[in-house]
Design a binder for this molecule. Structure first.
Ligand code: AMP
Length: 583
């Protein structure tokens, strides 16, 4: 196939914004194409060379592309830069430069689809020293042999800007239109959802028809498209949708991970199917230990944790771990994570995606030996509003965003790639941002672990309630301490140590060590939320919950000027919560 025939199709696609027209144009192209070419056409049309989960990526830096274009055409870099500033699109720039600079080649060799594809793949694969020059030369060769309209698309794909506006769904529709009937559309979609490979689906459908598609199965090492959730705002609505009963799970706020495990090899994929493995060697190791089967695919949420308080930290902390190539060992120490698994899609040769959720959960429970770093999602089958609300408050207190409700009906299969009411998220905002510091009294402490072994790892902090002369807990504080402060804490605190909670301290938590309230620390939190385990302003907003400061951090200031009864009052915290919720 000649590349110019594909370019003609691209021009037709660019001239319409109608999805139906795009589908027709592509279906026509697929019908008239040799099956052996379909895969490459599908990839190039999406601006990729291999499915997204494979490592080969195009996306030459603009600076490098500019030099390549100069090399291929003899135009000056300054001229190209000016034109680029005016046009903003390297495709148009390249086309214009080629038109103005081209010296006629007498017998040009027309570009074939295969040559374009293979050269681009070689460009994407080139690495190591001198690879930039190699990439530039290969691309310059292609540009040299291309017509100006061919060059427009070469420039766009090389710089990662293909953007024809063709969605994956449009390609699936056109493949179904070309090789099957409307009724078979769902079989085509399922093949894509379990393989995440549009090119493969196209090739198999063209050469082997629907029967061939039926042979495409879930395979370890090939990520499935993630099942997604709809959103509802009340437990009543959720129960109605779920026929009165559902499995409710904590909704963790982290990074979704699909782990493929086989023969001691673990590969981690993100929700967008990027390979995350190299950034998370600690997760790889702990999953290897936890997984008891021979091969499997499990899914879960990777959350940042404070190893001392055991609490889940803000999502941003885990983002420091993403896409890292260097300094991984330090990052693991600075931003430790834990995985909460919630699904099992494949186990020891069996595709479980068609199984119901309760059956998949059973498989998950059997194949995972829970550890400190690998846990299952907190889950409960519930059928009434009160229990759901209670579980919801618990989830918030544990640092989660809310709940996920999941259907447990017989047809509660794992619907890869689908967003539907089989899974419903429930994240009513019961939080408000904090933008002021508070002064809290130390009433207890927890023994440190890891680097804090032998010291206090976290402190139990309280507000003061003058109405009943009680200290009411509001958070566990573990962040913001430098090594020197941590080391001196026992000296500062131990003279007021008690064998049990002080009689004026109201706590539902069991600290390892208790103190008479005496020292006040300045603390900055990220937000305030409801919590069933903290006693600050308990019952004031909801019957079964108090207020907690989420993600608290010591500012470094000991409020030695304040006695414990000068600490921020529970009423003050309540007004902060209410004021900020209103805004
Ligand atoms: P959202 O990103 O708001 O659409 O919510 C869906 C995301 O919640 C999923 O993609 C997961 O990353 C995440 N999540 C957290 N906890 C769970 C859970 N227990 N079950 C499923 N997804 C979860």
């Amino acid at each position: 196939m000649l590349y110019k025939d594909l370019v003609r199709v691209y021009e037709a696609l660019e001239s319409t914004s109608s999805r139906l027209e795009m589908t027709d144009i592509l279906a026509e192209l697929f019908r008239s194409t040799d099956c052996a070419h379909i895969r490459r056409i599908v990839y190039l049309t999406k601006g990729i060379l291999v499915p997204e989960f494979c490592p080969e990526k195009l996306g030459l830096a603009d600076r490098l592309y500019l030099r390549t274009l100069a090399m291929a055409t003899g135009a000056s870099e300054a001229e190209i830069r000016d034109l680029w500033a005016r046009e903003g699109d390297p495709g148009i720039v390249t086309e214009k430069i080629l038109k103005s600079k081209r010296q006629m080649t007498l017998f040009p060799t027309p570009l074939t689809l295969d040559r374009v594809y293979e050269s681009l793949l070689n460009i994407a694969r080139a690495e190591g020293s001198g690879s930039q020059e190699v990439k530039m030369r290969m691309l310059a060769d292609l540009l040299h042999d291309s017509t100006s309209s061919e060059a427009r698309y070469l420039a766009r794909i090389a710089t990662g800007r293909m953007r024809l506006g063709v969605a994956a769904q449009t390609i699936l529709d056109s493949l179904a239109q070309a090789f099957a009937t409307k009724e078979d559309k769902s079989a085509v979609e399922r093949a894509f959802n379990v393989t995440s490979d549009l090119g493969l689906v196209g090739e198999v459908l063209c050469s082997e028809g629907l029967e061939g598609l039926g042979q495409l199965h879930v395979v370890v090492g090939n990520p499935l498209r993630a099942m997604l959730a709809e959103r509802l705002t009340s437990p009543e609505e959720i129960l109605e949708r779920m026929n009165g009963r559902a499995m409710f799970e904590y909704k963790y706020d982290g990074l979704r991970i699909q782990a493929h495990i086989k023969d001691d090899t673990v590969t981690l994929y993100s929700r967008r199917l990027e390979d995350l493995t190299t950034g998370f060697p600690d997760v790889v190791e702990s999953l290897k230990k936890a997984f008891q089967g021979k091969s499997g695919i499990v899914e879960g949420e990777c959350v940042p944790v404070d190893v001392n308080t055991g609490e889940i930290l803000p999502f941003q902390e885990v983002s420091h771990r993403r896409g890292r190539k260097h300094g991984i060992t330090t990052a693991i120490e600075e931003y430790p994570v834990r995985v909460h698994l919630f699904d099992c899609l494949y186990l020891d040769g069996k595709d479980l995606t068609m199984y119901s959720l309760p059956d998949r959960r059973t498989a998950l429970t059997r194949c995972i030996e829970v550890s400190e770093d690998v846990r299952l999602s907190e889950a409960r089958v519930l059928d009434n509003v009160d229990d759901i609300e209670k579980f919801f408050t618990e989830a918030l207190a544990a640092g989660c965003e809310g709940l996920m409700a999941k259907s447990i009906d017989d047809d509660s299969a794992y619907r890869a790639g689908a967003r539907g009411y089989q899974w419903i998220k429930y994240k009513r905002e019961y939080r408000s941002e904090m933008n002021d510091t508070v002064d809290l009294a130390i009433v207890g402490a927890f023994h440190g672990r890891g680097r804090r072994g032998g010291l206090y790892g976290a402190l139990l902090m309280a507000t003061y309630n003058p109405e009943n002369d009680r200290f009411e807990t509001a958070c566990k504080l573990g962040s913001g301490f430098d090594d020197a402060t941590l080391a001196e804490l026992p000296d500062r605190l131990d003279h007021s140590r008690l064998p049990h909670a002080h009689s004026l301290v109201n706590s539902k938590m069991d600290a390892d060590v208790w103190f008479e309230p005496s020292i006040v620390l300045e603390v900055l939190g990220a937000e305030l939320s409801l919590s069933p385990i903290h006693t600050c302003a308990f019952g004031k907003i909801r019957e079964d919950a108090g207020l907690a400061i989420r993600f608290p951090r010591f500012t470094g200031t000991f409020r030695d000027d304040k006695g414990p009864r000068d600490a921020t009052t529970s009423q003050e915290l309540l007004s902060m919560y209410e004021a900020q919720r209103k805004t």
